[in-house]
Design a binder for this molecule. Structure first.
Ligand code: HEC
Length: 302
């Protein structure tokens, strides 16, 4: 184990050699204190974030966390991208509320350069496209007014044909001229969504909250604006957001149906996967709401 760790540090050091990072030498010497000192002093370069990732113990240090937090709002695209990359490589950083919030803001940013920087992370490591935050960003980027961003999104999708089966991506593609049908899987009905699903998302539970109340600023299942301020085209926005959390091949496995059947995670911890839901139980599998949602998902598929 120790051996593996040393190898990976060595590899980090070598791979960043070309970046001319001042920390490279220190990563080579494997002195975490020195790595930390240099990371915190002055302007750390983008490569330095990767070096820090090789020393997970440093991520528990408050000054390191603050530096990551600040860098997530950096105006320098390289630093911004490196900070987002570090958070993705070390998901533990998201257990700190301030970092979690800023990462969420980064993913929701309307700035084309930030969206581009994040998508570049997926281009460098395509495995990241399994993360629904990337899928959300990717599907939105397809319709971005900045042609370079839309182009980058399209290139990423072309490099991973299986992405076309995801309803959110498929919906984005069908709107692009010349792309043709994205997949064999039909999208679920917008009409059914408007008439029967939307009212469920607005229904308050025992805690006096509806899906809308909690989901306005989510990266993935984002329900914005509030229904009372919504125009007719906003319904399509809610619909597109819902497409990110459904599974057309296995409708019952859709996150949108499953999450609300799950308990809250223990205090101080984050809900993970489909096993827990930050908003707690909203309905059970026998409920009319669950069945209506299932019926809606089944209006799509093959
Ligand atoms: C009291 C607040 C609250 C309510 C109400 C709530 N949620 Fe959530 N939901 C959360 C939080 C927090 C998360 C993020 C943690 C997680 O993954 O569970 C989340 C996550 C999700 C996710 C995963 C995607 C994402 O955006 O993170 C889905 C899907 C989801 N909720 C569906 C629903 C549906 C459908 C309803 C209404 C029936 C609902 N939620 C109501 C708080 C809430």
């Amino acid at each position: 184990m120790r051996f593996l760790v040393l190898i990976s540090i060595e590899m980090v050091a070598v791979s960043w050699m070309a970046a001319g990072s001042p920390l490279v030498t220190f990563a080579g010497q494997k002195d975490p204190a020195e790595v930390e000192r240099l990371f915190l002093a002055g302007e750390a370069g983008a490569g330095d974030f990767r070096v820090v990732a090789a020393f997970p113990e440093l991520l528990d240090h408050r000054p390191v966390q603050i530096k990551v937090f600040r860098s997530l709002a950096s105006k320098d695209p390289e630093i911004f991208r490196a900070a987002v990359g570090l958070c993705l490589e070390a998901p533990r950083l998201e257990s700190f509320a301030m970092i979690r919030r800023r990462l969420s803001l980064a993913f929701r940013s309307q700035d084309a350069w930030k969206r581009k920087a994040i998508l570049q992370l997926a281009r460098d490591e395509p495995e990241r496209l399994r993360d629904l935050r990337f899928v959300s960003l990717l599907s939105e980027a397809l319709r971005d007014p900045d042609p370079a961003l839309a182009e980058l999104a399209l290139a990423l999708i072309r490099s991973r044909p299986e992405l076309r089966d995801l309803p959110a991506i498929s919906e984005g593609l069908t709107r692009l001229p010349g792309e043709g049908p994205a997949t064999e899987l039909a999208l679920p009905s917008l009409q059914f969504f408007r008439d029967r699903v939307l009212p469920l998302l607005q229904t308050v539970g025992a805690d006096d909250k509806s899906c809308f109340d909690c989901h306005k600023s989510h990266v993935i299942f984002r329900l914005e604006p509030a229904p009372e301020r919504a125009g007719p085209e906003d319904v399509q926005g809610y619909y597109r957001s819902a497409l990110r959390v459904i599974d057309l091949k296995r409708p019952e496995q859709s996150l949108m149906l499953l999450k609300p059947t799950r308990e809250k995670p223990p205090p101080g911890t984050q809900a993970s996967g489909s096993e827990q839901h930050g908003g707690g139980v909203r309905w059970d599998r026998e409920s009319a709401s669950f069945r209506t949602l299932l019926e809606w998902v089944q209006t799509g598929g093959d």
